[in-house]
Design a protein around this ligand. Structure first.
Ligand code: SF4
Ligand code: SF4
Length: 428
């Protein structure tokens, strides 16, 4: 859907008037918005951001540096979209609004260009990404890491120290397309396990746990060759053209009818929207719809398997909704159902479904707002003192690692698949 307006620098990828016009300015979304909660400013609310986009569409204001800043501060968490009674597709509006920033007089132009280059040339290229992550893997495994943490030396290293705080405590070997995974004793059905980019490199343990949980239910998970990065980070950054390219690669690379199980909420949300992303591509539109219909979040799929029970009865667990699972995919109950079945005590915290501030690259490009949102989570963890913090998205997991440290707790942070896998394992 392109805009007819002449006021956008990139009309072919501009927010559609049809989408903008759905907003009736009722304000029911405002209190769900994390950036509004922190700033109290209308310009940092969904209604304000949509208002600015419409004013540009109608030629009332230019795309100024200030407008760009308000859009850049948006987490694209889509909490606003989930509560909007008019069905405003805020996620789509903001991706198209961000697409304009490349072509407009830049505020943070250099940084934006570097980000685009990084996303295209590193994140989307598996070998380059693996090489880029290798030093991170070494840092995480070094025996000096606990010492560096204890002595507080990392506090002096600025962003590097902050990034270290987000790393999982144990990084397993990667799971890339073609990797061998757990096999069920009797195969009832087969699914494709989507391995992703950073997820596969840093969260191989979650992939292996996903395959084991599925195998217990008689489902064989195959990390098929031919997969590519899902393109979510590119689309959120406004590089819609490249996101489309990656979507086509996945549609070509993951043929067949088997369900595609995704255990990263951000990837799953993007892949379920391939039909929308490629809606104007005559060669791919129908295939994109069919592909999207095959995509299921791990919790959505696992909730339909026979109950496996668990022995997590002594654990106090809090589940924190990833935005792209709760708000974009509207999946809230299945993860809780799975955790309850595992036998744990499930604790709900205030703002459990509010964005943690990870939001893709957000913690790197908007560190102050990201830190304020992380602190809100840390306060809740300090108050409720859970044994385990469970989530279903790699970026959130990293942010919670840092929040746990900020709260001064020893709680474990786990992907839901890892938690269910451990809970169902027979006692040795
Ligand atoms: S986005 Fe939806 S909830 Fe928010 S002001 Fe517009 S119509 Fe109301
Ligand atoms: S996507 Fe999230 S941060 Fe952005 S306007 Fe909506 S609620 Fe606010």
């Amino acid at each position: 859907m392109a805009s007819d307006s002449k006021h956008w620098p990139k009309p072919a990828d501009a927010p559609a008037m049809e989408d903008l016009a759905k907003c009736v300015h009722c304000g029911l979304c405002v209190n769900a918005c994390p950036t509004y909660a922190i700033t109290g400013l209308e310009t940092e609310s969904p209604r304000g951001r949509i208002f600015m986009a419409r004013a540009i569409e109608e030629g009332e204001i230019p795309l100024t540096a200030a407008v760009q800043g308000h859009w850049e501060l948006c987490l694209q968490c889509r909490a606003c979209e989930a509560v909007c009674p008019s069905g405003v597709p805020y996620g789509r509006i903001m991706e198209h609004a961000r697409a304009q920033l490349d072509a407009s007089p830049p505020t943070g132009g250099g940084a934006r260009r570097m980000r685009k280059l990084f996303l295209r040339q590193v994140v989307a290229r598996p070998r380059v990404l693996a090489a880029a992550i290798a030093p991170v893997r070494m840092l995480a495994a070094t025996p000096l890491r606990p010492l560096a943490r204890r002595t507080g030396v990392l506090r002096w290293l600025g962003r590097i120290g902050a990034a270290e705080a987000q790393l999982p405590r144990h990084i397993g070997t990667p799971v890339r397309p073609g990797a061998a995974l757990a096999e069920p004793s009797t195969v009832g059905s087969t699914v494709v396990l989507f391995t992703g980019c950073v997820m596969g490199e840093l969260f191989g343990n979650a992939h292996r746990a996903t395959a084991r949980v599925l195998a217990r239910g008689g489902v064989r998970a195959v990390a098929t060759l031919g997969q590519a990065c899902c393109g979510a980070l590119h689309a959120h950054d406004g590089d819609i053209e490249f996101a489309r390219k990656l979507a086509r690669r996945n549609i070509d690379g993951i043929p067949g009818d088997d369900p595609i199980v995704v255990n990263s909420a951000g990837c799953g949300a993007a892949m379920k929207e391939y039909g929308d992303l490629l809606g104007n591509d005559p060669a791919y539109a129908a295939r994109a719809q069919a592909f999207a219909a095959r995509v299921q979040d791990f919790t959505e799929f696992a909730a339909n398997l026979p109950e496996m029970g668990g022995r997590a009865t002594l654990l106090r667990v809090t589940y924190q909704d990833p935005c792209h699972l709760a708000h974009a995919q509207r999946i809230r109950e299945q993860p809780r159902q799975l955790l309850r079945a595992a036998g744990c005590e499930l604790i709900e915290t205030a703002g459990g479904d509010m964005c943690c501030g990870a939001a893709g690259l957000y913690s790197l490009v908007q560190p102050e707002m990201s830190a304020q949102l992380r602190t809100k989570k840390a306060e809740q963890f300090r108050k409720h003192r859970p044994d385990v913090i469970v989530t279903a998205n790699p970026g959130c997991q990293m942010q919670y690692e840092a929040a746990v440290r900020e709260a001064g707790l020893e709680a474990r942070v786990m992907h839901i698949a890892e938690f269910l896998d451990e809970a169902a394992r027979p006692i040795a």
